[in-house]
Write a protein of this length. Structure first.
Length: 459
């Protein structure tokens, strides 16, 4: 019995920013099929909060990509214009130089040296736009519609079951909706699909390596505490060097007036956050991330991150996040349901957007995380409080686990083609970016390479 096989020029796995921008570029020239297991396009960032960091130094490793700052900035301008043309909010943050300088001066005053080294904090100014979860869905839907209008096809709610090289060249892709053969394959699986694609890629003979992973927490504070800086820099980027271990930590994904939420993965749950454009809460949340690298005896940071996530869920009751009041953490106490809002401890000053309940358990993050990471997170928040008083109020809520999986490394050409001819990678899940704009730039790069490979010229 034979089964029909659909033939296309290019299959793109993943309809996040990398896949969407590759599809926009390729669809006018080639027969493109995009596949995503979710029910809407956009990926984790493009279909949630929708922050656009318009800097070549945020979300991209220029050395790894072997691109100049000018070359990346040129692509960022293209990405920004496409987002604006598809409905992104034109409001631009990070352009008031006088107010930014005021914050830079303020940060410089809190740096100091300790016996073990420098206790360092740096603020990285960035031009930014914010779409919001409510508007980001509309923007990514509009991007998908443009791809369709240019001849591309999107298969949503479709699982990729297997990948293999075709005997006569190209690739055979088994999906939950049938088989497809493509001359070229672009994998843009996103952070959620990073581990899944790593195993598929290795089976195809793709060379892979390991990079750093970010393990940290989600911090929720009163919005009024953060309003002064988020009015200037929507998502302020603070980078720390911790005094005890001299490790690097950073803030990430700030959501003024936002919400903390559960992010469900196949085998565990993580914490994340977002914000709407149309309505705001009384709190602001942001990630505080510890960058972890491994050398001996293990290098598999993805496996390490999964173990940490599962262990944290275990301490939450098996499949739950852990939340803890900052006052309890610093006092060495476990947060409990009975004391979580205790007025005598000052905890009633902040009503969290993700309170204790199903899937969220009050506890002690020091049981869930390695001690070095907990210490780094404590020291970073203490230092941030010197710049932004009130961040380390006893009522501040800390949630774990928050882990960013973009640690798999794929040696590629300048066009993001792997060691297997015709197989390209792009985006966070391939370790080539960290964020929406970086992933979109990857999509443009891969599309340019694919067009050159098939003789269609530059995009």
């Amino acid at each position: 019995m034979t089964h029909s096989v659909q033939q296309v020029d290019v299959v793109i796995i993943g309809a996040g920013p990398a896949g969407l921008f590759a599809g926009l570029t390729l669809a006018p020239h080639l027969q493109v099929l995009m596949i995503d297991r979710k029910d809407r396009p956009g990926g984790a960032g493009g279909a949630t909060d929708g922050k656009l960091n318009l800097s070549p130094h945020i979300g991209l490793d220029l050395a790894e990509l072997r691109l100049t700052e000018a070359a990346v900035q040129e692509r960022i301008e293209v990405v920004d214009r496409v987002f604006l043309d598809h409905g992104a909010d034109p409001t631009l943050y990070g352009v008031d130089q006088a107010r930014i300088q005021w914050w830079l001066d303020r940060v410089s005053w809190v740096r100091r040296r300790t016996p073990k080294g420098e206790w360092d904090i740096t603020l990285v100014p960035v031009r930014q736009r914010h779409m919001g979860t409510d508007f980001a869905h509309r923007v990514t839907a509009a991007l998908a519609e443009t791809i369709r209008s240019r001849g591309g096809t999107l298969l949503l709610e479709t699982e990729v079951l297997s990948l293999e090289q075709a005997p006569d060249g190209g690739f055979l892709i088994e999906t939950s909706r049938g088989r497809v053969r493509s001359n070229v394959l672009l994998a843009a699986p996103g952070r959620e699909g990073a581990h899944w694609f790593r195993e598929k890629a290795r089976a195809l003979g793709v060379n892979t390596g390991y990079g750093a992973i970010d393990i940290g927490c989600r911090v929720e504070v009163a919005a009024a505490v953060y309003d002064e800086i988020t009015a200037v820099l929507y998502d302020p980027k603070f980078v720390f060097v911790t005094p005890t271990h001299q490790d690097r930590t950073r803030t990430f994904c700030t959501n003024p007036g936002g919400r903390v939420r559960v992010e469900k993965h196949r085998e565990f749950r993580l914490v994340n956050g977002d914000a709407l454009r149309a309505s705001k809460t009384a709190t602001t949340n942001f990630a505080l991330l510890n960058t972890v690298t491994m050398t001996e005896p293990l290098q598999d940071t993805a496996a390490m991150g999964q173990q940490v996530a599962r262990f944290a869920n275990f301490w939450g009751g098996g499949d739950s996040l852990i939340c803890q009041r900052w006052g309890d953490l610093m006092a060495g106490r476990r947060s409990t349901r009975d004391t979580f809002d205790a007025p005598e401890r000052g905890f009633d000053k902040l009503l969290p957007t993700l309170p204790p309940g199903p899937g969220v358990t009050p506890g002690d993050i020091s049981f869930a995380y390695p001690g070095r990471i907990v210490r780094n997170l404590q020291e970073s928040l203490e230092l941030l409080a010197r710049v932004i008083p009130g961040v380390a109020h006893p009522s501040t809520v800390i949630y774990v686990p928050e882990i960013k999986f973009y640690d798999v490394r794929y040696p590629t050409s300048l066009a993001l083609e792997t060691s297997v001819p015709g197989l390209f990678v792009a985006g966070d899940g391939a370790g080539k970016s960290r964020g929406i704009v970086g992933a979109a730039v990857n999509g443009l790069m891969a599309a340019e390479g694919i067009l050159a490979r098939v003789g269609k010229g530059a995009a």
